[in-house]
Design a protein around this ligand. Sequence first.
Ligand SMILES: *Cc1c(COP(=O)(O)O)cnc(C)c1O
Length: 359
Amino acid sequence: MARVYNFSAGPSMLPESVLNRAAEEMLDCNGTGQSVLEMSHRSKAYEPIIYGALDLFREVLSVPDNYKIIFCQGGASTQFAAIPLNFLNGSGKADYVLSGQFSTKAYKEATKYGDIKVVASSKEQNFSCIPELDKANFTPDADYFYICQNNTIYGTRFTELPDTGNVPLIADVSSCFLSEPMDVSKYGVIYGGAQKNVAPAGLTVVIVREDLLGKARDYTPTMLDYKVLADNDSMYNTPPCYSIYMCKLVLEWIKSIGGLEALKIRNEKKAGILYDFLDSSKMFHNPVNPKDRSMMNVTFVTESDELNAKFVKEAAEAGFVNLKGHRSVGGMRASIYNAMPIEGVEKLVAFMSDFEKNN
Ligand SMILES: *Cc1c(COP(=O)(O)O)cnc(C)c1O
């Protein structure tokens, strides 16, 4: 069967050249006579894979020397607890912005460990926008300030970072990781699950400013203590070996097409094609505040649930799969991460345009 265009929010498409390379190397990676799936993480054969991936991550994202890159497990959701356990270590206070479901979950988890304040929320607007921030509400002695930078479910993103002064900014970037250049030095911590833009599921990447490490609460589980993971080169225990290998191949692919600057241009172009169509359509409509539109997750609706369902079904039959919106919001969502080719979006728009004419 021909490959489909997969608009899933995650796990999601991987570049075809990366999948081909992994297939070629499945039985014998790099002349070792072994599959990566079979390698000991402590072997000479695996060393260039994990250290190569860590180095390439630093190079591709321009991560400054005073930041540690940690490969761990548990998904972004496990970090919702790991973050307070590692960084809620001074005043015991933290500020959270609620801009969707994932930041709300992160907030609820953090309330188990300290004095957590919601400084802004767009819940009343059904998370269709990034809430306005008022610096006067920020807690001056907070241990950190937390945001979810791209809201995967609602299709919004922060286009401007909050000015938190000396309070470290922590951002969940699961669904916008490696989609464009980022100034890592503006953050204390960035982290994300890999299964959206970076690799298959199983790998979580945490990037931490060094001076924030080493102050975890004494009851922090060892496996959630970022200092322990960093000190052991992400191999305190068995890491997700194969996902790390795939991450390395994805990073090599990003480099080969011109790095994050080139990807940003491609990603802006893809999102532009889709939003331009939605703005001109009489049937489909993007329900979020235009200035907060995500470049990675584009949500859209028609006037009725029946028409939405018909669209999702016919699109799948035509080879555009996983366009159904998140179960909590309905409608449609096209996740157009790095690996989605421009022609995938062009063909989707052509299909939507025909669907509009015929219905
Ligand atoms: C997918 C996602 C999560 C949850 O990730 P898991 O790895 O499944 O725990 C959290 N935050 C954001 C922004 C996401 O897109």
